[in-house]
Design a protein around this ligand. Structure first.
Ligand SMILES: Nc1nc2c(ncn2[C@@H]2O[C@H](COP(=O)(O)OP(=O)(O)OP(=O)(O)O)[C@@H](O)[C@H]2O)c(=O)[nH]1
Length: 395
C-alpha cells in the first residue's frame, strides 16, 4: 500500500506546476503504469534519511531511488480538480472532486500567496489568501455536514433506544475512516450531549468541522513565495492565531519545476528538495541570473517547498513512519536495504510484520532493532529511520 496525497486548489494557483514538478523524476519511464491510465495521478516521493550508510552499505532500492543519502520513497499524488463554490453539492466536477478527496489520505492545499488570483482563478491584485483557505475548509465542512445530517436523521427515524448515536453516525461517516469511539469522543470534547435533539445548527456544523479536521488532515503550500506580495502575506498569515491550526509551508512550485527541468537538460545537478544545486552545463547570462534567483530562494527557505509540503503532509499531519526492513546479520538476499515502507502513525513491530506479508504477521515471534541489535516485542512502536528484522515462523 502506498499513501495517497491529494493536491487541491482553485484554478491558477500553480497546482499543475506543483504536480508536474513533484512527479517529474529521474526514474525510468513507464515504471508507473497508473500515470498512463489517469493523468491526474502521479508518483511523487518523500525523503527519508537512508539507513544504509549507517551500516556501511550502499542501498539497492526496489522502488524509488537514493541520492545524497536521501531515500526517495514513492507516494501517490492525485491532482484533485474541481474546487469551485458548491463542489460539496456536486456542482461542476463536484462528485468526482469528492470521490478523489475521499481517496486521499491527506491533502496539500496549494494557495497562491501572492494574492494575484481571485476566487475564480482570474488575475487580480491584493486578494487575501486567507479567503482561499477558509473557502476550502468551508466546502469540506459543508460536505461533512451533509453526511452528518443524514446520520442524525437515520438515528432519529430508528428507535433511539435500539441504537447508539455514535454507531449510526460512524456508519454514515465510515467513508471518512472514522469509528464510533472517535465520533463519541469528538461529540463529548465539544461539550455536546449524546442526543442530537439538544444540538442546534451551529453545534452540528462545529461537529462536522471537528470530524473533518481529524479525518482530512491538510497542509497549506503557500505558493508563489518567490514574489514580494506572497512574503508579506505569509508573514501576516503565519502570525494570525486563527491559522495556528494549519501547517503552512512556504513554496515555489516554479523554482522546483525550473530546477528539475534544468537537471533534465543537463544544466544543473539538483537533488529534489535540496537547498542548493550546482550548475554543470553551459547557460546564457539570462539563465544564469534566473538560476541565481532560484538559488537565493532555495537557500533562504531550505528548498523550494514542494518536497517539504509532501513530507509535512505525511510525517507531520499523518504522523506516518518510514521503516526499513533490515538484516541483523547483514545477509541480504537481493542487495542491501531494498525497501523503505511508510506505515501509519503508532505502527508496531507486529504491524510492520503484517505489512511485509500476512503470513509473516501470523507467525510473528519477535523483531530485532538492527541499529541496537536488541530484540523488540510485538507492541513496540516504530519510528522513522528504524531498521527492523522480523523473526517469524513463516519465513
Ligand atoms: N511566481 C510564481 N508563479 C507561479 C508559481 N507556480 C506557478 N506559477 C504561475 O501561476 C500560473 C498558474 O500556474 P498553473 O500551474 O497552471 O496553475 P493551476 O493551479 O494548475 O491552474 P489551472 O491549470 O488553471 O487549474 C502560471 O502562470 C504559472 O507560471 C510559483 O511558484 N511562483
Amino acid at each position: 500500500m502506498s499513501y495517497k496525497i491529494g493536491l487541491v486548489g482553485k484554478p491558477s494557483v500553480g497546482k499543475s506546476t506543483f504536480f508536474n514538478a513533484a512527479t517529474m523524476g529521474d526514474v525510468p519511464e513507464g515504471a508507473y503504469p497508473f500515470t498512463t491510465i489517469d493523468p491526474s495521478l502521479g508518483e511523487a516521493y518523500v525523503r527519508v534519511d537512508c539507513a544504509a550508510p549507517d551500516f556501511d552499505e550502499t542501498c539497492e532500492p526496489n522502488t524509488g531511488y537514493c541520492r545524497d543519502d536521501k531515500r526517495f520513497v514513492p507516494v501517490k499524488l492525485v491532482d484533485v480538480a474541481g474546487l469551485i463554490p458548491g463542489a460539496h453539492e456536486g456542482k461542476g466536477l463536484g462528485n468526482q472532486f469528492l470521490t478523489d478527496l475521499n481517496e486521499a489520505d491527506v491533502l496539500v492545499h496549494v494557495v497562491d500567496f501572492s494574492g494575484e488570483t481571485d476566487m475564480e482563478g482570474e488575475p487580480t491584485e491584493g486578494h487575501d489568501p486567507r479567503d482561499d483557505i477558509d473557502f476550502l475548509e468551508a466546502e469540506l465542512d459543508q460536505w461533512y455536514l451533509g453526511i452528518l445530517e443524514k446520520g442524525i436523521e437515520r438515528f432519529e427515524t430508528r428507535h433511539m433506544a435500539e441504537t447508539e448515536l455514535e454507531v449510526e453516525l460512524a456508519e454514515q461517516m465510515s467513508a471518512f475512516g472514522t469509528n464510533k469511539d472517535e465520533i463519541k469522543q469528538v461529540i463529548l470534547s465539544l461539550g455536546l450531549e449524546l442526543d442530537p435533539e439538544t444540538w442546534d445548527d451551529a453545534d452540528e456544523l462545529e461537529l462536522a468541522r471537528e470530524i473533518r479536521k481529524r479525518t482530512k488532515p491538510m497542509v497549506v503550500a503557500a505558493n508563489k513565495m518567490d514574489t514580494p506580495e506572497a512574503r508579506a502575506n505569509y508573514e501576516e498569515i503565519t502570525s494570525d492565531p486563527d491559522y495556528d491550526h494549519l501547517t503552512i509551508v512556504p513554496c515555489s512550485a516554479h523554482a522546483e519545476k525550473a530546477l528539475k527541468t534544468a537537471e533534465e537538460n543537463g544544466v544543473v545537478e539538483y537533488t529534489p528538495g535540496a537547498s542548493d544545486f550546482e550548475i554543470t552545463g553551459d547557460v546564457s547570462d539570462e539563465q544564469a541570473a534566473g538560476l541565481e534567483q532560484i538559488r537565493e530562494f532555495v537557500s533562504e527557505f531550505d528548498g523550494s517547498g514542494v518536497q517539504r509540503a509532501l513530507e509535512a503532509a505525511l510525517f507531520e499531519e499523518l504522523d506516518a513512519v518510514a521503516v526499513f526492513p533490515g538484516s541483523a546479520n547483514g545477509n541480504w538476499t537481493n542487495g542491501p536495504f531494498p525497501d523503505c515502507f511508510v506505515l501509519p502513525a503508532n505502527a508496531t513491530a507486529e504491524d510492520f510484520a503484517y505489512h511485509l506479508h500476512s503470513d509473516i504477521g501470523d507467525g510473528f515471534l519477535h523483531a530485532i532493532d538492527c541499529r541496537t541489535d536488541r530484540q523488540i516485542g510485538a507492541d513496540t512502536e516504530l519510528e522513522t529511520g528504524d531498521v527492523v528484522e522480523v523473526i517469524s515462523t513463516n519465513q
